[in-house]
Design a protein around this ligand. Structure first.
Ligand SMILES: Cc1ncc(COP(=O)(O)O)c(C=O)c1O
Length: 460
């Protein structure tokens, strides 16, 4: 791509036009480490600060309207401020936010989950996805009496001590500051899409459970090959390991019944968060009664002290999240919600690949369901002007790190200048996103590519 004379760089323009965010970030850094409250919000030279949102859009403190692809980190499938959810939350506020007691809302919420998710026989609520995966792993260990957990390269299951190993590259990093080696040794990380490797590790006889994102790592950045989920199902059954699908992102998004319904493979346990709580804080573990029953108090001698799995949690199933979650899930039971989101995502993925072809620069856009990802700097062997689910010829580590590659930052900032807020180098679509949003996003990408080319950031 030919370079052109640049009067103002992407970074210079960002610092000028987003000066309110720059000032807030400087203030934030003095009181919040690094100035951010989620590692995923790290952005150079500084992240954007937002003060209101509606539908598929949000507005930053400098008044820019942005098409939002973070969408509550995937939790807002109905868009920001959905009127029905806002109304039930308002009504619940008038009735109280925490009873320190059971309430009918939590039962109706659990019943709704059971009616939608194939693996759901019983449900236990948590306050987040991280807590859900922590509980699921504890249940797997308690039910099998074994301690090893198998997970896959690049798969994200929240930030609890058992989940982080192997999430970032290099996947075999030996140390994670703050997590004891003894804990890390109970977690085995394998490459995905390799059933033989899974079978060989299971054959050692010490595996309690297998946990994975059924979309592939980080909502399909490293997609799974057809048949891998079914192979895991068979292997887990054969070797007595608990199969856990982490559907924190895919739950109610990949289909009303999540990825397990879309792909026709039923795990033993499922972890949920985000959409399950309708955009408010919350999560859940659901699955087979014989495993979930380990959470039940019983009159059998010794059970409560030595067999029961413990699980308190101040904000489990709090009434506000229950009200929002139940309302959201009832709406998500209609598959036209997910189908509409998927259609917009296809339009975006196709548009982005077409723009890359036109500019002739290395990169590709890919994804599944209502997710899209963008990689710049290298090209897969099967890029064209169409949709792309599985980029061929690119190593898993490069796919996984596409959102934090050296070009991802300038792309993110360049897209902000054009009115689009990407999320981890891509995005998650809501029912509030329109075809016009998709087309505006592709046009913004087109202009950003041209600009990045002018700055000499893209090589052909
Ligand atoms: C697949 C997956 N599992 C677990 C989590 C952790 O959820 P939370 O951020 O609610 O703790 C996330 C968060 O993004 C996730 O994407």
């Amino acid at each position: 791509m030919a370079q052109a004379a640049v009067t103002r760089t992407i970074r210079e323009e960002y610092e000028e036009r987003f000066a309110g965010s720059l000032a807030l970030h400087a203030r934030s850094r003095s009181v919040i480490p690094g100035g951010i409250t989620h590692d995923g919000r790290h952005l150079k030279p500084f992240p954007v600060y937002v003060n209101h949102a509606q539908g598929a859009h949000k507005w930053d403190v400098d008044g820019h309207e942005l098409i939002d692809y973070a969408m509550g980190h995937g939790s807002l499938i109905l868009g920001h401020n959905d009127p029905e959810i806002a109304e039930v939350v308002r009504r619940q506020l008038e009735h109280g936010t925490h009873y320190g007691a059971g309430h009918e809302g939590e039962i109706a919420w659990a019943e709704q989950i059971r009616s939608m998710v194939p693996s759901a026989e019983q449900v236990r609520f948590t306050a987040s996805g991280t807590e859900a995966t922590l509980l699921a792993i504890r249940l797997a260990r308690a039910s099998t009496g074994k301690s090893i957990v198998l997970k896959f390269e690049g798969h994200f299951h929240g930030w609890n001590d058992y989940a982080l190993k192997g999430e970032k590259t290099p996947f075999d990093e030996p140390q994670l500051p703050g997590i004891p080696k003894d804990v890390l040794d109970t977690v085995v990380v394998l490459p995905a899409n390799d059933p033989e490797a899974v079978e060989a590790r299971l054959a050692q006889g010490d595996v309690a459970g297998i946990i994975l994102e059924p979309s592939g790592a980080s909502w399909t950045t490293v997609p799974l090959r057809d048949g891998f989920l079914a192979a895991l199902r068979d292997l887990a059954t054969e070797h007595g390991a608990v199969l856990i699908f982490d559907e924190v992102i895919t739950g109610f998004r990949w289909s009303p019944g999540g990825a397990q319904a879309r792909f026709g493979v039923t795990p033993d346990l499922t972890t949920l968060a985000k959409i399950v709580a309708g955009g408010l804080p919350g999560g859940a573990v659901t699955g087979k009664t014989e495993i979930m029953d380990l959470l039940t108090f019983k009159d059998e001698p010794g059970w409560n002290a030595s067999r029961k799995v413990r699980h308190p949690g101040t904000f489990n199933a709090n009434p506000l999240s229950a009200a929002a979650g139940l309302t959201c899930l009832r709406r998500c039971a209609d598959p036209s919600i997910q189908e509409g989101c998927d259609r917009v995502a296809v339009r975006i993925r196709v548009g982005l690949n077409t723009a890359l072809e036109r500019h002739g620069v290395p990169g590709f856009a890919w994804g599944d369901s209502s997710a899209f990802h963008i990689a710049l700097g290298e090209t897969c062997t099967n890029r064209g002007e169409g949709d792309l689910r599985f980029p061929e010829g690119v190593p898993a580590r490069a796919l996984k790190m596409s959102g934090s590659s050296p070009l991802a930052g300038p792309l993110h900032v360049g897209m902000l200048l054009e009115g689009v807020d990407l999320f981890n180098g891509g995005g998650l679509i809501s029912a509030a996103h329109t075809e016009a949003d998709a087309d505006a996003t592709v046009a913004a990408f087109d202009r950003t590519l041209a600009r990045m080319g002018d700055e000499g950031l893209l090589t052909t």
